[in-house]
Design a binder for this molecule. Structure first.
Ligand SMILES: [Zn+2]
Length: 244
C-alpha cells in the first residue's frame, strides 16, 4: 500500500501544511484517513475528491474533520454532473448531524453514508480500531493488507495498550504533538519522545512523526522521536509518500 501525507499540521493549518489527512491506496482503492481543515485543497493534487472510496475519521476535533463540509459540496455539485455514490464515512455517530448542521440541517444521505468505527474490511484493507486517550471519542487505526501493516495513533496521550496495537507494524504514523518537559496534561497528546518510545516498544520497522502544531519546531520533534526510537524515523511533510 502507499501512504501519502495530505496534511500533517496539528491543531491548526500552518504555512507549509493543512491539518491532518492521509491517503492510503492499494490496488486502486483510495481510503482517506482524516480530513482536517485545509486538506481538501491539497487532496486535489493527488486525487479527484469524488474518487475517494472511503473515509475514516479518527475523531471530531476540527483539525481532523472540518473539510468534510466542502467535500460534501464537491461531491454533490460538481458542474460536470458526475455524482458519485454516497461515500462510506467511519466516524463517531454525532458526525452526521454536525455536517448536516453546516448546511442548515440539510439531509446529506445522498453524499455520505456514516458508519460507526469498528474492526471491518474496506476494499482491500482490514481495519482494526482502538479507543485512545484523548478528550473526545478517538480511534487509532490499523490498516492491513496481505502481509503489510500501517498503524496511525490518531491523537492520544500515552497508554500502555498502544504498544500491542502497534506491534510489528511496517510503518507507524505517530502523533508527536507535545514538547518534552512541558507541563502537559494527561490524556491529550504524545510527546515526541513518547512517540519514539512507542515505536521502540512496538518493534515497528519505521516511524513517521506527525501532528506537530505550527508553533513548535517539527524537525526538532522528529529528531527527539528518532533518538527515543533508535530506528528509521522521518517527519511527515505535505505530499510525502511512503510505500508500506
Ligand atoms: Zn484531537
Amino acid at each position: 500500500m502507499r501512504l501519502t501525507v495530505i496534511g500533517c499540521s496539528g491543531s491548526h493549518p500552518g504555512p507549509d501544511s493543512a491539518c491532518s489527512s492521509y491517503l492510503v491506496e492499494h490496488e486502486g482503492f483510495r481510503l482517506l484517513v482524516d480530513l482536517g481543515n485545509g486538506a481538501l485543497g491539497e487532496l486535489q493534487r493527488h486525487a479527484d475528491p469524488r474518487d475517494v472510496d472511503a473515509l475514516f475519521l479518527t475523531h471530531l476535533h476540527g483539525d481532523h474533520w472540518l473539510d468534510l463540509v466542502p467535500l460534501a459540496h464537491v461531491r454533490r455539485h460538481h458542474p460536470d454532473g458526475r455524482v458519485p455514490k454516497p461515500l462510506r464515512v467511519f466516524a463517531p455517530i454525532s458526525e452526521r448531524d454536525r455536517v448536516s448542521g453546516a448546511f442548515g440541517g440539510a439531509n446529506l444521505d445522498d453524499v455520505f453514508a456514516f458508519e460507526a468505527p469498528r474492526d471491518t474490511e474496506v476494499g482491500p484493507f482490514a481495519l482494526s480500531v482502538m479507543r485512545t486517550a484523548h478528550p473526545v471519542e478517538t480511534h487509532a487505526v490499523k490498516i492491513a493488507t496481505r502481509g503489510h501493516t500501517f498503524v496511525y495513533t490518531a491523537d492520544t496521550g500515552w497508554f500502555p495498550e498502544l504498544v500491542d496495537f502497534a506491534r510489528d507494524a511496517d510503518l507507524l504514523l505517530a502523533e508527536a504533538g507535545f514538547i518534552d518537559g512541558a507541563a502537559n496534561p494527561n490524556g491529550v497528546h504524545l510527546t515526541a519522545t513518547q512517540a519514539g518510545e512507542l515505536a521502540n516498544a512496538s518493534n515497528v520497522a519505521r516511524l513517521v512523526a506527525t501532528h506537530v502544531a505550527p508553533w513548535h519546531d517539527a524537525a526538532a520533534q522528529a529528531r527527539r522521536a528518532a533518538v527515543a526510537f533508535g530506528g528509521p524515523t522521518e517527519l511527515a511533510r505535505r505530499g510525502a509518500t511512503f510505500d508500506v
